[in-house]
Design a binder for this molecule. Structure first.
Ligand SMILES: Cc1ncc(COP(=O)(O)O)c(C=O)c1O
Length: 393
């Protein structure tokens, strides 16, 4: 008999009843150090007092109004995002995949309204992940994501990640946009080198193509800058955001320049919940912390320490780990053991990590992880690695 919850997830036998900062707690009181943060969602950890206060204050005042009316919390969050980024305008969604849907629509509409309706193709990359909606799976293109779900949304071309020659050889005449994650998350924590992002920007500028960056996972302070593309010193035309921006409350956004967004006039897009007062009240509280340069420099300092300690862990357990990669608090342990076994051994050691492609274990802790918690994380990962070594000896 089919379970009452549609069985699309492989769930671990863990069930948490409470969260406190970087800690998740089971009903029996067992405490797990959370280095997954709901897959890069709980940017400020669990039950952060400022987020709880923002949410409860808003919940006591007004939960929801339609986008038919003014929503001051939404306006405030849009202003904060515009002040702190390349963007001139923002549309709020509820998730990353909805942000992907709009990014694709916006790029196509841009060229349509500019009198170039044949520019519809989206160039995306193998190993990418952009969500589970029709545009999201068409953009990722992998068999794993698309098999059985055809006919797929047409107009996507996929290139091998890092294949510069294929990119240079591509006929861009009918291309509306290039879509890429500055740091691949699900794909195994693969940062795009700065010079590649700069090269993509130039290619787009030289050929009349929009650049869409998917910062759903790598954005909102995760890499130590508010958005990951800032490291390369280039800006996109359109950017997808979600996960960390709501700190655990469902919220996403599409940020864009005025020119890129010029086709999106009244009636061309909408959402019942997108940008609702509860979500945006929390989003403003998240931004107040994460966009603060002092907070970000703290992220860089502590993430640097974490990485250093992880290098030591890898060196001490060469049969389990091969290396560390990533940026800021978006780190990957490339494994020699099976990554699923490493994650499972972590559960036994009461530390939460997340598997990714390419046999990588992801470490995406809350951005306010303390130095003591870093020491605790290393100790628990040591315990997990030692247990795995013993099991295979
Ligand atoms: C880079 C990236 N884009 C898009 C998504 C889809 O986001 P959501 O699950 O909120 O739809 C994800 C989710 O993991 C992601 O990592």
């Amino acid at each position: 008999m089919i379970p009452s919850v549609l069985p699309t997830y492989n769930r671990a036998p863990l069930s948490f009843v409470k969260g406190e900062g970087a800690w998740l707690i089971e009903a029996d009181g067992r405490r797990f150090l959370d280095l997954g943060a709901g897959i890069a969602v709980n940017a400020l950890g669990h039950a952060h007092p400022a987020l709880v206060a923002a949410l409860t204050e808003q919940a006591n005042a007004l939960w929801h109004v339609s986008n038919l009316y003014q929503i001051p919390q939404q306006q405030k969050l849009a202003d904060l995002l515009v002040e702190n980024t390349f963007a001139d305008t923002v549309f709020f969604t509820n998730s990353g995949t909805e942000s992907c849907e709009l990014a694709v629509k916006m790029a196509r509409k841009h060229w349509y309204e500019k009198g170039q309706p044949d520019k519809t193709r989206i160039v995306a990359f193998e190993g990418s992940f952009h969500g589970r909606s029709s545009a999201g799976i068409a953009a990722a293109g992998s068999e794993k994501m698309t098999k059985g779900f055809g006919p797929l949304l047409p107009g996507f071309t996929h290139l091998r990640w890092g294949d510069h020659d294929a990119l240079q050889a591509l006929d861009l005449t009918d291309v509306a946009a290039i879509l890429i994650e500055p740091v691949q998350g699900e794909g195994g924590i693969r940062p795009l080198p700065d010079q590649c992002l700069k090269g993509l920007r130039k290619l787009c500028d030289d050929n009349g193509v929009l650049l869409i960056l998917d910062e759903v996972q790598c954005g909102m302070g995760r890499t130590g800058r508010l958005f990951a593309h800032e490291w390369a010193g280039v800006t996109p035309d359109i950017m997808m955001v979600a996960k960390g921006i709501g700190g655990g409350f469902p919220l996403g956004a599409v940020l864009a320049t005025e020119d890129a967004a010029s086709g999106m006039t009244a009636g061309t897009h909408g959402s019942t919940y997108g940008g609702n007062p509860l979500a945006c009240a929390v989003g403003c509280a998240v931004m107040a912390h994460v966009a603060d340069p002092e907070f970000l420099s703290g992220v860089n300092a502590r993430a640097g320490l974490f990485r250093q300690r992880l290098e030591g862990l890898v060196a001490a357990h060469p049969d389990v780990f091969e290396g560390v990669r990533g940026m800021g608090f978006m780190l990957g342990l490339k494994c020699r053991a099976m990554n699923a076994d490493v994650v499972k051994a972590g559960y036994d050691a009461q530390v939460i990590t997340v598997p990714a492609a390419d046999n990588v274990v992801r470490l995406l802790p809350p951005l306010n992880l303390t130095e003591d918690e870093i020491a605790e994380a290393i100790a628990r990962l040591e315990t997990a690695a030692t247990a795995l070594e013993k099991a295979t000896a």
